[in-house]
Design a protein around this ligand. Structure first.
Ligand SMILES: [Fe+2]
Length: 505
């Protein structure tokens, strides 16, 4: 049973651990990855919309000034003072949120720039597109480690004919932009992690240090790198691992409780079996088999013990039978030279048995045998004394009084007949303590001896003895009644008279 439960428990434990390991892998590889994709898509959509709106607004501003006739005339006339005062400073100092202004005429003989290195713009692709191809353009460029959103329009008259130069304005992606981006991607979640970098070697998939978001400008194109918040991922991992740890502990606790319960049950079964073993009464001739246990391991032991008990019981019965035969042989031998004792013993045996039955004693046969043997000690008394016709002398009487002790001595080695031996030894004790050989009194006299005393005296009164005649039944009963509380146990005497009244004696 234990082995079976241990295997089941071990399997459950291994499965639980396996589920946890698989769970971690699945959550890390699938669950979190899925979360990453959804988050990135959401952020990308937001950012695209944001930058698109920004460019649209700048484009409106750029186009309006590219068609400003005064500006065109002053650029073409290379009036640097007017351009700086009325166009460049007007735009950069105004409420247009513009960080630089660049403009040039068609032949590039006049160039003017505010807020940015002029050569950088002249070399840029957007400038070439606007000036050479006379087309509008938008781009993001990096200048001196700063990133700018730039829109450009060719200078033109109001009717958009005769394009004669380039006009570009730009807006730096500065702290204000960062603040907007924080709101877009969730300030509460990513506040501490947001940054904008132009590090071209940055690998968003590998670099966990920049673990949120970056903007990179390559060839005048803005690349917005959105990285999954690995810190948040780690937080998720830790949380999940925390739950898994709790689950692990719970599994361990359940495991421990089950083991404890199992051993507790095992111990109970063991205690129950030991209790049954301790209750085996070795003095009782009848062996009572032990009940099977709920634990199969014990049943083999119980089976062996039961078989052992049955064998012992069988051997004891055989031994007792042999001893009984020996005792009966003794009884027979004692009757050969003493016909009176033989007949007397039979009578005493009959009456004693009736009394024992009436008293509901458990082993009536033992009472019967005890009564049969009660005078067996007389085989050691000289026959001339035993069969003397005259009245016995004091010395001879003392010799005869030894017969209970001789009889008990004869049965000494038959230990299973110990109560029979005591019955033989004390059958001449009297209830008032005046009997022999031990002067026992009252209920101290063994029950077999008290029964035999009643039957013995009654039969003796009815018998003719060498030194007197027999008494009549009436006289004998009268004498018996007089012996109440003196010679006889009153309870047993009551039973005797009940038997007399019912004519069983
Ligand atoms: Fe006797």
């Amino acid at each position: 049973m234990v082995k079976k439960y241990l295997i089941i428990l071990l399997s459950v434990f291994i499965i639980a651990i396996g589920i946890q390991v698989i769970g971690v892998i699945q959550i890390n590889n699938a669950g979190i990855n899925h979360y990453k994709v959804l988050e990135n898509e959401r952020k990308s959509d937001s950012l695209n919309l944001y930058f698109s709106n920004q460019f649209d607004n700048m484009e409106i501003l750029t186009r309006a000034h590219a068609y400003w006739t005064d500006a065109l005339n002053n650029v073409n006339s290379e009036n640097e003072s007017w351009v700086n005062n009325y166009l460049s400073e007007y735009l950069t100092d105004g409420n247009y949120n513009v960080d630089f202004v660049y403009l040039t005429n068609e032949s590039s003989t006049f160039k003017n720039a505010v807020g940015i290195d002029i050569d950088t713009i002249s070399d840029s692709t957007i400038y070439t597109t606007v000036l050479s191809e006379n087309e509008e353009a938008r781009a993001i460029i990096e200048v001196d480690n700063k990133i700018y959103m730039v829109t450009g329009y060719p200078f033109a008259t109001d009717d958009q004919q005769n394009k004669q130069g380039a006009f570009l304005i730009g807006r730096e992606l500065n702290q204000g932009t960062l603040d907007d981006l924080k709101i877009l991607i969730g300030q509460d979640l990513y506040d501490e992690h947001l940054n904008i970098t132009v590090d071209k070697n940055f690998d968003p998939l590998e670099d966990y240090e920049h673990n949120i978001f970056s903007v990179e400008s390559i060839d005048e194109t803005l690349y917005v790198h959105i990285h999954f918040d690995y810190q948040f991922s780690n937080y998720l991992n830790k949380t999940i691992k925390g739950y898994l740890l709790v689950i692990s502990l719970l599994v361990l606790v359940i495991f421990a409780i089950t083991i404890f319960s199992l051993f507790d049950r095992f111990k109970k079964e063991m205690d129950k079996t030991l209790s049954q073993l301790s209750e085996i009464d070795v003095s009782n001739n009848h062996f009572r088999p032990l009940q099977p246990s709920k634990a199969p391991e014990f049943n083999n032991i119980i089976k062996v013990i039961n078989q052992l008990g049955i064998n012992i019981e069988s051997n004891i019965e055989k031994l007792m039978q042999k001893n009984l035969e020996v005792v009966e042989l003794l009884s027979t031998a004692s009757e050969i030279n003493d016909p009176y004792t033989s007949q007397h013993s039979n009578q005493v045996s009959v009456v004693s048995t009736l009394i024992a039955q009436k008293l509901n004693l458990p082993e009536v046969n033992k009472v019967k045998l005890c009564a049969k043997l009660h005078d067996i000690g007389k085989v050691f008394i000289q026959l001339n004394i035993l069969n003397k016709e005259e009245k016995l002398s004091q010395k001879e009487f003392e010799a005869i009084k030894k017969h209970p002790e001789f009889g008990a001595e004869l049965l000494t080695n038959l230990t299973q007949f110990d109560d029979i031996r005591l019955g033989v030894l004390h059958h001449h004790e009297k209830y008032d303590g005046t009997g022999y050989p031990s002067k026992l009194k009252g209920k101290d006299i063994p029950i077999y001896a008290r029964i035999i005393a009643v039957a013995d005296v009654f039969d003796a009164l009815l018998s003719r003895r060498p030194y007197r005649k027999s008494f009549s039944r009436e006289k004998a009963l009268e004498i018996m009644a007089q012996g109440r509380d003196k010679h006889f146990d009153p309870d047993i005497l009551d039973v005797f008279f009940e038997l007399v009244e019912s004519n069983q004696i």
